[in-house]
Design a protein around this ligand. Sequence first.
Ligand code: C5P
Length: 239
Amino acid sequence: MKQVDLLYTGKAKSVYRTDDPEVYIVKFRDDITAFDGEKKDTLSGKGRYNAEVSSFLFGYLEEHGIGTHYLASLEPATIAVRRLEMFPLEVIVRNVAAGSIVRRYPFREGEPLDPPVIVIDYKSDAHHDPMLNDDLIYALGLATPEELDQIKAMALAVNEVLSEYLDQRGITLVDFKLEFGHHDGEIVVGDEISMDSMRLWDKETGASLDKDVYRFNKGDVMETYAGVAKRILSPPQRG
Ligand code: C5P
């Protein structure tokens, strides 16, 4: 399989076509952005950590019966994925109130959300990713009721598998964003699952272990990403 041409450049990843029409190559760049692209930087090595964590977690989900677009890790920061027809949806699962839900609604930061809350945003830079509801999703033709039910069920299944995995490594999965697409009539998880797309708190100290460190200047971003990547790729903590 050979990389052919650049298909799409996002804020932190680039997607390339290959000589196999069903396979794309995703490069995790060292770019990092926040606040709808208002804050941006390049942090050398960041792409590699996000690619490693994404590859590992996609593989882990596959082992637990959840389909993803992941095929293989190539060179550092680069993975091969199945071509998907994407739903233009950002599916966010929240276990603990933090971030935009605290700014917009009367939740207290750190308040547990049980059962978890699913929020779905419209993935559209032109519209600044507004929040959707089921009726808007159907009216805009973004997914059918059957597809949306399946997407929500898969998002909750991913939440269960990842929450338990991270908990065993001393990490609370506060919230995370998934994207979904179709492959051969099957809905699977696409995009990435990384420190850029999850909110992770250290169970003991409550310290942020994710992009909030960059958003809110909470410390050394690369040190945080390197440390959390190591923890995620390690065996469970004892005790
Ligand atoms: O900003 P907000 O609190 O709504 O983000 C919820 C979760 O979704 C966070 O983990 C954040 O990193 C992730 N997210 C994302 N991409 C977006 C919006 C949110 O990965 N465009």
